[in-house]
Design a protein around this ligand. Structure first.
Ligand code: T46
Length: 132
C-alpha cells in the first residue's frame, strides 16, 4: 500500500520555524481531538490496532519514529522525521509505531473524541473487517 503523506506549507522565516494546521483545509477532516506521544523508549513498539471509523494525521513535531501501516492486503513503513509532513491514517488500517528517537514528540490530530469501542485490537478481527 502507498502511504499518504501531506506536505505542510513552511511558514518559517529568519526567526524560526512555523507550520499551521487547519481542519478541513490541510487536515482533511474536522479535528475533535489532539494527543501526543513522547518519551517512548527506542525498543518499544506501540499501536497494534486499527480503528473502525477514526481518521488521523500523525506529525513528528520533534525527533523521528517509524509507522507501519497495513490495509489487510499489503504493508508500508514510513519514517516520520519532519514537522512539515503529516501521515494520513484512514480508518480500517492496522498501525504499529517503533524506532522512536529519544526526543520524539509525535502529535496526532484525530477526527473523533476518544472512544475505546472504535478500536480493533486483534489482528484477526481487523482482517475480518477488511473482508466484511
Ligand atoms: C493511534 C496511535 C497512533 C485515552 O484515554 N485517550 C486518548 O485520546 C488516547 C489516544 C488514549 N487513551 C488511553 C487508552 C489507553 O488506555 O491511553 C492508553 C494508551 O493508549 P494506546 O495503548 O491506544 O496508545 P497507542 O500509542 O498504542 O495508540 C495511540 C492511539 O490510541 C491510537 O488511536 O492510532 O496512537
Amino acid at each position: 500500500m502507498n502511504p499518504v503523506l501531506i506536505d505542510f506549507k513552511d511558514l518559517s522565516d529568519y526567526r524560526g520555524g512555523l507550520v499551521s494546521l487547519e481542519e478541513n483545509k490541510n487536515i482533511p477532516f474536522t479535528i475533535r481531538r489532539v494527543y501526543y506521544l513522547f518519551g517512548t523508549d527506542t525498543d518499544v513498539r506501540r499501536g497494534f490496532h486499527a480503528h473502525k471509523t477514526l481518521k488521523q494525521v500523525a506529525v513528528c513535531v520533534k525527533g523521528a519514529c517509524t509507522f507501519l501501516l497495513d490495509d489487510g492486503h499489503s504493508r508500508s513503513t514510513t519514517r516520520l522525521s519532519s514537522p512539515h509532513k503529516g501521515l494520513y491514517i484512514s480508518n480500517i488500517l492496522w498501525r504499529e509505531m517503533f524506532d522512536f528517537t529519544d526526543d520524539c514528540v509525535l502529535m496526532v490530530l484525530a477526527s473523533e473524541y476518544y472512544d475505546e469501542s472504535d478500536y480493533i485490537r486483534e489482528y484477526d478481527d481487523f482482517i475480518e473487517q477488511v473482508h466484511a
